[in-house]
Design a binder for this molecule. Structure first.
Ligand SMILES: *Cc1c(COP(=O)(O)O)cnc(C)c1O
Length: 352
């Protein structure tokens, strides 16, 4: 049995990238005003404004659940609803936090077999009822890339924002892996956010090489009213905010935010190619970002586990592998070899 040194069960297994770490060390010089009143926090927010080329409002939260939940709560009254995909992190992995922080705004799942919302699905759900007994649709939330690793094109986001405008809905983007979408599309970040009609983006830092930090970016600044109070009440106002903010300067100014993501995406392609010809396996979703979902008979999945690899199966019942900034291509090749071995062994008669 091989002894894997690196696991690809989650991109959160990775540590802190050098550029984020250096920025934390740099910000760790002497004392600085607390609660975000410091120069590092201003610099981090300015780096994001520069990246997007617009004067957005920026807040830093400890994690994605808080960022998403508070952003959605800021967009909703308690009687409103949020349209999402059935695979959406806000629906399946936030323990009801969006509903909790919005005092009850209901998440409503639209038809989306692969995790991607379509304008038709949004329209069908948003217009299915208009009476007072139904929670009033107020927001559409999309994940870019999706939990299934798919990337919305610029045109797809524009089409979704057009339907949002037509129906009077706000558009929220869960960008826990937003950098991976930018790397995949090789586009200007503005083109898949505010220029395409996104009102609020939760931009993930943690899955892009930071220790703890997610940026809540309000392109529609009116929607950020009192957001600072919302963050404080929810326990998301970091007293030493500089250490959540400085890594943003570090990764944005060095370009690491994009090279980290591109590396993760390339490793996903590497694995996908290495197992492409295995007949017992198939990819559940096309590999468009840093995730690979492998469907295989249960004995093959067991065989991969027996060879020491960890993975989750909560999406599509297959094995999910995620590649972060630190993924070692040689380890990816070892994983591929073990997946192939598990698949082949399954196909052969077991010797007596
Ligand atoms: C990881 C992730 C988040 C954030 O999760 P936390 O554990 O709360 O940081 C949000 N959305 C998606 C799609 C994610 O994959």
């Amino acid at each position: 049995m091989t002894q894997p040194r690196q696991q690809f069960a989650s991109d959160n297994y990775a540590g802190i990238c050098p550029e984020a770490m250096a920025a934390i060390a740099q910000a760790n010089s002497g004392s600085a005003p607390a609660y975000g009143e410091d120069v590092w926090t201003l610099a981090g927010a300015n780096a994001l404004r520069e990246l997007f080329g617009t004067n957005c409002d920026v807040y830093f939260a400890f994690n994605g659940t808080a960022a998403n939940s508070l952003a959605l709560a800021a967009l909703c009254q308690s009687y409103h609803s949020v349209i999402c995909s059935g695979l959406a992190h806000v629906e399946t992995d936030e323990c009801g936090a969006p509903e909790f922080f919005s005092n009850g705004s209901k998440l409503m799942v639209a038809e989306s077999p692969d995790g991607k919302l379509t304008p038709e699905a949004v329209r069908d759900l948003a217009t299915s009822r208009s009476d007072i007994h139904f929670p009033k649709p107020r927001v559409v939330t999309i994940t870019q890339p999706t939990e299934s690793g798919l990337v919305y094109s610029v045109a797809e986001i524009e089409a979704l924002s057009a339907i949002c405008r037509e129906l009077g809905l706000k558009l929220h983007m869960d960008g826990a892996r937003f950098a991976h979408a930018c790397a995949a599309l090789q586009c200007d970040p503005a083109d898949i956010s505010w220029r395409a009609g996104v009102d609020v983006l939760c931009f993930g830092g943690t899955k892009n090489g930071m220790a703890v930090s997610e940026a809540v970016v309000f392109f529609d600044r009116d929607l950020a009213q009192d957001f600072d109070y919302r963050c404080k009440q929810a326990g998301q106002l970091a007293s030493k905010m500089r250490f959540l903010a400085a890594p943003w300067s570090g990764v944005l100014e060095s370009g690491a935010w994009l090279s980290n993501a591109a590396h993760g995406n390339r490793c996903a392609q590497r694995l996908a190619h290495a197992i492409a010809d295995c007949t017992d396996l198939h990819l559940i979703f096309p590999v468009e970002s840093n995730a690979v979902f492998v469907s295989a008979p249960q004995p093959v999945l067991d065989g991969i586990r027996e060879r020491g690899w960890r993975f989750y199966t909560f999406i599509g019942n297959g094995a999910r592998f995620m590649f972060a900034w630190d993924a070692d291509p040689q380890q990816v090749d070892l994983l591929a070899a073990d997946i192939r071995a598990a698949a082949c062994q399954q196909g052969e008669a077991i010797p007596a």
